[in-house]
Ligand binder design. Sequence first.
Ligand SMILES: Nc1ncnc2c1ncn2[C@@H]1O[C@H](COP(=O)(O)OP(=O)(O)OP(=O)(O)O)[C@@H](O)[C@H]1O
Ligand SMILES: [Mg+2]
Length: 411
Amino acid sequence: MADLDQVKGINARQIKLLQENGISTAEALAMSPHSTVACIDGLGDKTAKKLIWNARNALGMTDFTPAAKIDDNVEYITTGSAELNRILGGGFQTGKLTEVYGPFKSGKTALAHSISVTVQLPEKKGGLNGAVAYIDTENTFSKEKIKRIAKRFELNPNDVLSKIYHARIYSSDHQSQMIQKAETLCKTRGVRLIVIDSLMALLRSEYVGIGKLAPRQAVLNHMIHGLSRIAETYNCAVLLTNQVATKMMGMFSSNDAIGGNIVAHGCHFRVMFKTKGFSSNNSLKRRAVIVDAPDLPPEECEFFITGTGVADTDKVDLPESSGLDFKIETLYEEDDTQKDQDTEELSNDEVPLTQVKGIGVGTVENLHAQGISNISELLAADPEELSASISGASVKTISQWQVNAKLLKNS
Ligand SMILES: Nc1ncnc2c1ncn2[C@@H]1O[C@H](COP(=O)(O)OP(=O)(O)OP(=O)(O)O)[C@@H](O)[C@H]1O
Ligand SMILES: [Mg+2]
């Protein structure tokens, strides 16, 4: 990333004006449309053109590059669900805009909360060690939810909250303003994820009727292009949640994302979330469908919304107490009497791994995927190796499972 003072012919006043308008690096300037820079009070048409050209020259953007030399710097953020990661091509991608749309309670806000935590994980655990800019237009951000998810991933809840820069938004021009501000956070606070939950809620209520469609789309276009530029400049992931409108086609109806072609074309990845139908209204099961992606097949998967974020199962294992002064609600009660009876009749290696304290159904699936299906195999595993292949399980947690497994074996 190059500072603005690297741009030939720029002065301190111009740097300040650009920074005040959310353009904090030479890259951001080089990627800005001329009209955006020219309308900054105090710059003007000619200066804008000169500065943008000089920024592009300084960054070598005025030459074609052989394709072999193009940087392939995509990074991935785990969503908390291996299945969702799989259909997304490895996780939530950086450098691109991802739109997630779906009906109410389909899990959009749950995903936003989950990745706001997982982006803070170290790289080997599926994160980017990054901070978050959270643009909340619906007043649905929840500190408690973040704390629970942090606990699941063995992060300190207060540290996690201190790296989520939250803005409650009240109007569409406030939304545009804070998108610009988010750019500064990318530069100064290491933000690697921008969440807008939701993109269209305020625009939808402010621009009502067909007569307002053109101005609404102009504002939206500006937001989408601004975000796209920020995503690319800072290799930052962007989640845009979106609402749906029901479209009737004769006897049939379908849910379509709102925002029209501007959103459809402007977002690189479009993912639809679905609830599982009326019969399972109380189910936590959800479905995700890849609707559009540059290099991903149109796959689908199931995932769950849990009290500790998005997951592959409704029974997420919580790590052993990590000494945090935070109490988590008990989501899944275990029946100890039943456990004792079951254990008595089975030999050690027939005892299901779920009987080991701290291991639940989700972890058992993960352990099976690593070739561990009984207590002896768990005891023989190397905690460090295992930790690297199971998201959210630290070396400490795995060592604790082994201690608990040994206790169970000897009991
Ligand atoms: N602690 C929890 N444990 C399990 N499920 C939960 C928990 N909290 C919320 N949910 C489920 O998540 C749903 C809400 O999901 P979410 O807020 O992500 O939906 P959304 O797609 O953002 O909806 P909207 O369009 O209304 O914003 C709830 O209706 C409930 O089914
Ligand atoms: Mg929501």
